[in-house]
Design a binder for this molecule. Structure first.
Ligand code: COA
Length: 332
């Protein structure tokens, strides 16, 4: 029997910091308001010539190096992004594969917004367990600054840029295996969080050269309530189905959207503070990159140890949601 093991993690955050104080000079807001309502203090912004694929490559190089595998052993790349280098094609995953020097492997993107990393984890697991692939590189990479309207205080305070990557490999050792991944979606809530312009269903005027906006729009307050409800329900279900008590989770790694959302879910699960991984203060919401960036944070701090159990939990535009029970199983 083949299983999928979570071997390694890597991440990259662009150098430029956009602080709450910086934002308060751009829109009518304040550090106090943003901190109190979201827990965010600052976020990173990629340089003009730094594309989503560049962020993804930096995270991927670290993940490959830490996996102990040779780069050529990677046989598939899946990238989760809603801010690809190019709208429609080519996919960011194919650009990343070429930048990594891997030109003859399967590579594609998926779109599941902030749940992207949990979706690509489920894809890697399925390809590996079916025997189709052996070592899958999964990447959540976002240059959300390219689709953020910096005149809208309801959204621009939340989002930032970054990337995270992981190597998922085949193993016959069940103790190393990803235990379970849940994914779900409900398009009935599509209008809560969307980029209404630029696609075939858009209000975008393709004959007007000035109408090029592809910005995110969000009904923040409604999104908040659905997020807490959905995130809590999903983690309660995955724990119950796998007969795992929340006390035995070493690291709860939620999507980093808003501290108040994370706190509400953590409280519902009766988690201790030391179980909850938080990076929202320094990176804001980096959509598909947020969970792997948070895992990388505990890895680099030395608090993520071999064999420890992570519970991942995500929610995003679509709506989409997902959760996963993942032991950290490095080769070395
Ligand atoms: N600075 C100052 N005031 C702001 C503001 C800002 N950046 N953004 C909104 N406000 C104002 C509103 O205009 C409103 O003013 P009013 O009462 O005079 O009308 C007031 O603050 C409350 O607005 P509301 O939207 O109800 O605030 P909130 O407490 O819901 O916080 C969010 C707004 C966006 C921080 C919050 O709704 C949120 O985080 N939602 C979830 C977002 C999310 O996670 N999205 C991604 C999902 S993956």
């Amino acid at each position: 029997m083949l299983y999928a093991a979570f071997r390694s993690i890597g991440a990259y955050a662009p150098k430029k910091i956009l602080s709450n104080e910086d934002l308060s000079t751009m829109v009518d807001t304040s550090d106090e308001w943003i901190t109190k309502r979201t827990g965010i203090k600052e976020r990173r912004i990629a340089a003009d010539n730094e594309y989503t694929s560049d962020l993804g490559v930096k995270a991927a190089e670290l993940a490959i190096e830490r996996s102990g595998l040779k780069k050529q052993e990677i046989d598939m790349i899946v990238c989760a992004t809603i801010s690809p280098d190019y709208f429609c094609m080519p996919s960011t995953a194919t650009i990343i594969s070429t930048k990594l020097g891997l030109n003859n492997i399967t590579a594609f993107d998926i779109s599941a917004a902030c749940t992207g990393f949990v979706y690509i984890l489920s894809i890697a697991k399925a390809f590996i367990e079916s025997g189709m692939k052996k070592n899958v590189l999964i990447i959540g990479a976002e240059k959300l600054s390219s689709i953020t309207d910096y005149s809208d205080r309801g959204t621009c305070i939340l989002f930032g840029d970054g990337a995270g990557a992981a190597v998922i490999s085949a193993t016959d050792n069940k103790d190393e295996a990803i235990i379970d991944v849940h994914t779900g979606a409900d398009g009935a809530y599509a209008d809560l969080l969307m980029t209404p312009n630029g696609g075939s269903g858009s209000a975008h005027d393709s004959l007007n050269p000035e109408d090029t906006s592809c910005f995110m729009e969000m009904k923040g307050n409604e999104t908040f309530k659905v997020a807490v409800r959905t995130l809590t329900k999903d983690v309660v279900e995955i724990l119950k189905e796998n007969n795992i008590d929340s006390k035995s989770i070493n690291h709860f790694v939620p999507h980093q959207a808003n501290y108040r959302i994370i706190k509400a879910v953590g409280d519902a699960l009766k988690l201790r503070e030391d179980q909850v991984v938080l990076t929202v203060e320094k990176y804001g919401n980096t959509s598909g990159a947020s969970i792997p960036m948070a895992i990388n944070d505990i890895y680099e701090k030395g608090t993520l140890k071999k064999g420890e159990l992570m519970l991942l939990d995500a929610f995003g535009g679509g709506l989409t949601w997902g959760s996963a029970l993942v032991p950290f199983s490095p080769l070395k």
